[in-house]
Design a binder for this molecule. Sequence first.
Ligand code: IPE
Length: 262
Amino acid sequence: MIILKIGGSALTIKDANKPTIDEINLDRIVKEISVYNQDMIIVHGAGSYGHIYATEYSIGSKIENEEDNTAKIEGFCKTQSSVQLLNNIFCSKLQELGVPAIGLQASSFITTLDKRIDNCNLDVIKEYLKKGFVPVLYGDPVLDHNDEIKYAILSGDQIITYLAEKLNPNKVILSSDVDGIYTDNPKTNPNAKLIDIVTKDTKLSLTDDKNQADITGGMAGKVNELLNLAKYGIESQIINAEKPGNIELAVSGQKVKGTIIK
Ligand code: IPE
C-alpha cells in the first residue's frame, strides 16, 4: 500500500483571490494517478479552496468572545464546504478514469487536541482499502478539544504522517513543486544540488535567505515529519508533481527522481 500526497498548490491556483482550480494540472495529475497498480490512499491539500476562508476567519486562533466564536463557526462551515467541493471535483475526475476514489471528510471522524490528531477511527479506511476502493482524504477544519481554540485546521501533511504511522504503508510519496531536498534553494541558486537520500544523520543547512523560507522552510517541516516516519521503518520520497510523468512513475512503483527520506 502507498500513501500519496498531492499539495493544494498542484490542484488549485493557490494565490488566487477565490477558490480556483488549476485545470491543466488537475487533468494531468488524475490521468497519471489512474495507472496505479497497488493499494493506495490519496491525501490532498486545500489550496485556494481552504486557505482563503481559514485565514479570513482565523480558524485555530484563540476564541476572543461569543461573537468571535459565532464568526468562527460560520468560517468553519464555509471552509469545510469549500474543501469538500474540491474533493468532489478531484474524486469525480478520478472516477471518470476508472479509479474507485472515495472522498473521506476528516472533520466527520477526526478531532484534535492543540491541533494534533487525538481521535481518529481508521476501521472504515481499512475496510474501504480491503474492498478495493481508493480513499481520498484532504486538509479540513476539525473540532479541537482545547476550549481556548475549539477549532483547528488539519493539514494534509499531518493526515499522511498519522495514517502512515498507523497503517504501515510500503511507501509514502509527497509531491511538491521542486525535485526534492536541495543543498540550497534551487529557484535562486543555480549551484544548489539535489540530495538523493536524507537520513537523521544528514546535515541540512538552511540559510536565512527570505526567498528560501517558502521552499526550504516548508520543506524543513515536511522533512521533520518524514524523519519521524523513518523511525518506524517507513520510507518516504519527495517528488516534483510539476514534472509530467513523475506521479505516474511513483504510483506504478517505478523509480522517480527525488529525495528519499529513510
Ligand atoms: C489545509 O491543508 C487545509 C485547509 C486550509 C482547510 P494543507 O495544508 O494540506 O493544504 P495545502 O497543500 O497547503 O494547500
